[in-house]
Write a protein that binds this ligand. Structure first.
Ligand SMILES: [Zn+2]
Ligand SMILES: [Zn+2]
Length: 319
């Protein structure tokens, strides 16, 4: 009888263990750069935007600095953004938000649902101010104008899967002290004013069978912290690719060395915007990458995975 009770207890225990869900993996991935400083096609600017496509689902990631640059670059690259419904804004800085309203208005004329869902990290609405006390977060007013077009704003406080295999990190835990933000900008807290860490800064993480792909706008959370988040979300200790702005342009060499040590094993680096050309060059050497696997990003650059010829398609100027 005791044996039977033990067997029943064991059976109940097995039933109580939740089934380990298999990770949802992306099979076909394309990331196309639509705003950064260098332009292989179209117009360069200090800003960032990319179109991310995962198994047929498309998400616009940031919107550039000037109102019309992503619109014009998409047209030059023959990309129709009117069929894209989801937009991510990584953080409140206007070199990532500048095209949002113009893009929504232009595209909704063709499709009312175009760019109609905006995903942001929690904290983006916080009041920020400069050393003279002037408020300088333009995002809440922009968000009100955007929502007034019939669109929806969704704040995420934790990682969320936007489409199968494609995650938005939400605010990234800061285990590493990378300080990848302007120390002359401030934010109010319950204990007084502190340097603004751009807490809402969020990145995309694409889970693949070959490891996670990270797409980051300005990297204010720090690429080491973002790598931690990507590996925690996917449960995969590898790193396939890092794409976007890493905000390393003014960092001393010791930081680049530490960054490369944390990113050891990374297979592809397509670095644009605030990464810095010198930092990209240095990371290439430290990571043991070459001109085909570590490239300065340009408007029109692509990263493709799951296709016949995967990897970076740099275009002419950076290739
Ligand atoms: Zn920024
Ligand atoms: Zn930026």
């Amino acid at each position: 009888m005791a044996y039977l009770r033990a067997l029943i207890a064991l059976f109940a225990l097995v039933l109580a263990i939740p089934a380990m869900a298999a990770p949802v993996l992306a099979r076909h991935v394309t990331v196309i750069t639509l705003s950064t400083m260098l332009a292989d096609q179209g117009i360069g600017e200090w800003g960032y935007a990319a179109l991310v496509e995962v198994d047929g689902h498309r998400v616009l990631f940031d919107t550039g600095a000037h109102a019309d640059v992503v619109l014009r670059n998409a047209a030059d690259l023959h990309i129709d953004l009117s069929t894209v419904e989801d937009v991510v804004i990584t953080h409140f800085h206007d070199d990532h938000t500048g095209g949002l309203l113009a893009l929504r208005k232009a595209m909704m004329a063709k499709n009312p649902a175009a760019l109609s869902r905006l995903h942001v990290g929690a904290g983006i609405m916080a009041d920020r101010f400069d050393a003279r006390g002037h408020l300088d977060n333009g995002f809440p007013a922009l968000a009100r104008a955007y929502v007034a077009t019939g669109a929806t704003l969704i704040e995420h406080g934790a990682p969320v899967m936007l489409v199968p295999g494609l995650w938005l990190t939400g605010p990234v835990p800061r285990h590493h002290d990378e300080t990848n933000f302007d120390t002359a900008e401030f934010v109010h807290t319950t204990t007084g004013a502190v340097v603004d860490p751009v807490a809402e800064d969020s990145s995309l993480v694409i889970a693949t069978a070959d490891g996670p792909i990270i797409v980051t706008g300005c990297g204010h959370a720090g690429i080491m912290n973002i790598a931690d988040a990507a590996q925690a979300i996917t449960g995969d200790a590898r790193l396939l690719a890092v794409i976007g702005g890493l905000h390393l342009f003014a960092k001393p060499d010791a930081v680049l060395v530490a960054t490369a040590a944390r990113l050891k094993g990374l297979r592809y680096l397509l670095a644009g915007h605030c990464t810095g050309i010198e930092a990209t060059w240095r990371l290439r050497g430290l990571l043991g990458l070459d001109r085909h696997t570590a490239v300065v990003e340009a408007v029109g650059s692509r990263f493709v995975w799951g296709e016949a010829h995967p990897g970076i398609v740099a275009g002419d100027i950076a290739g």
